[in-house]
Design a protein around this ligand. Sequence first.
Ligand SMILES: N=c1c2ncn([C@@H]3O[C@H](COP(=O)(O)OP(=O)(O)OP(=O)(O)O)[C@@H](O)[C@H]3O)c2ncn1[C@@H]1O[C@H](COP(=O)(O)O)[C@@H](O)[C@H]1O
Length: 105
Amino acid sequence: MNDILQKLETTIHQRRSADPKDSYVASLRAKGRAKMAEKLGEEAVEAVIAAVQGDKADMTGEAADVLFHLMVLLADMELSIDDVLAELARREGLSGIIEKASRKD
Ligand SMILES: N=c1c2ncn([C@@H]3O[C@H](COP(=O)(O)OP(=O)(O)OP(=O)(O)O)[C@@H](O)[C@H]3O)c2ncn1[C@@H]1O[C@H](COP(=O)(O)O)[C@@H](O)[C@H]1O
């Protein structure tokens, strides 16, 4: 896994049990999973707007917000970014198999 994502995942796990007054991650945990999901949705919409506007700087920031809030939600569900990467790797493997099969047709 990318080092930055690994470090962020560790930080998120550590900060979940901090005082919500001192930590954004802890404040999200205190508000509950539905709030985390709502924040992910909000950030995704902002990324969509940046993409439609073709604003690369905004898109970079919004994509970072999406990844961060996704990782907060994954941590709350006791999932890791590695679980997501494993699923992507599995699909890549599947697409290789489908591609090979279609070449035989
Ligand atoms: N990557 C981030 C990160 N990205 C965005 N944000 C916060 O996400 C929030 C989003 O802003 P909004 O205006 O949408 O939200 P809001 O108005 O504060 O909240 P709502 O009223 O919408 O619930 C801001 O408060 C940002 O500071 C982040 N907060 C923390 N991190 C990382 O998480 C680590 C731990 O942070 P703490 O838990 O604060 O110690 C930090 O070291 C960073 O690496």
